[in-house]
Design a protein. Structure first.
Lengths: 200, 200
DNA sequence: GCTACCGTGACACTCAGTTTCACACCTGGA
DNA sequence: TCCAGGTGTGAAACTGAGTGTCACGGTAGC
């Protein structure tokens, strides 16, 4: 108990520092451009050593992309929470509401982050890679929903494809949202993207 | 005329050297593992200097991923060659036959390359990035096909989504093909993937 | 044969990321 | 009070990727 409590306080402190570092890093990237900023710059701006910065974020990119941490878990959980009768495509669409929510909470910040990521090749690539890693978790969640009798539920090809396609819908919707400077409604765009690919 | 001819011979020579370097690099990566091989190793094995190697391939990854160069052009051309009445999804499926063909020509090599790419995070990420770059070209080809009256044909959201989804189908099909050690039929897998997401 | 060009190699440089070590601090127990 | 172990931090050396510069050597055109 004391141990978990102590661990928790430590973790909370760590998370706070991490958030602070991410904030400083984002401002610097936003102002100077991602590529112009070196790890030394980041460390200096944040008032820590290069070593410490790299302990909090394994790479320069992570300082930005940490904002997307846990999306896979949240999405998978949201999927599992959908009614079992619902078809995959609708479930995926609804699960994405969980993600979209964050864009509505602070549209300006979301827009800035999205723009930075899209305009920086290195960040865009890493983000793609990260997002690609979400697919298995989503597909598995779909498999769990479907698997009523058999417990051995490794995702089918179809489930993997639908999971991937849903993420594409998110990305394309975000692209258009970004192109409109946030003026278009993200929910509408996402609905349109999903409609363009409604299975069956 | 002489100039273009001279340029051509030069380009052909360059392409040959490039292919040779790629071959040597692949064998080394395959044998030692992508991460274990340094640029110096590659240069030494190929009998050129590090500088020269980097002139042919901008990055270590490119030495492998050059195998996928031009896929976007070929796909877009294949799309434009499809009958104008055909729906996007069918056209995309048929266009992918162009890519699949290469896997049938030399399945062993294709399998080895695909496995190397999938098993190496750095390669997988770069490949994803590269493939992501194909989407605009595909979407634009779809837009051209559709755009009968209006010449201003920037892709719609739906066209972008379908282009992206088609590439996902390819990737998922390849994943399953790889998991089966090439025993499953790639065409069947791709058909199944496309069927899991048939629009409309 | 002279000249302009182009591919190559050598080298120096920047920067990301890894690893190692030492120091400071805090906490719990004798 | 002092001591032992764990933990976060900083300093520094190191590896390796990628960039830029320059000088050499061959080849083609005049």
């Amino acid at each position: 108990m004391t141990e978990t409590a102590r661990t928790n306080t430590r973790d909370i402190a760590r998370a706070a520092v991490r958030a602070q570092l991410a904030q400083v890093a984002f401002e610097l990237f936003h102002r100077e451009g991602f590529d112009k900023v070196t790890l030394d710059d980041l460390a200096a701006a944040a008032g820590v050593s290069r070593s410490t910065f790299l302990r909090y974020f394994g790479t320069k990119e992570d300082a930005v992309l940490a904002a997307f941490d846990g999306h896979d878990r949240r999405l998978a959980d949201a999927l599992r929470a959908r009614p079992s009768g619902e078809d995959d495509w609708t479930a995926l669409r609804r699960a994405l509401d969980t993600v979209i929510e964050r864009y509505h909470q602070d549209p300006a910040a979301a827009l800035a982050t999205t723009r930075l990521v899209r305009e920086t090749p290195a960040l865009c690539a890493r983000h793609l890679e990260k997002q690609h890693g979400w697919r298995p978790a989503l597909a598995e969640a779909l498999a769990e929903r479907a698997g009523s009798a058999d417990s051995a539920d490794s995702p089918t090809l179809g489930q993997s494809v639908r999971a991937a396609a849903a993420l594409d819908c998110l990305n394309v919707a975000l692209d258009h949202w970004l192109a409109s400077d946030g003026r278009l409604d993200l929910v509408d765009l996402l609905d349109e993207a999903f409609a363009a690919l409604a299975p069956r």
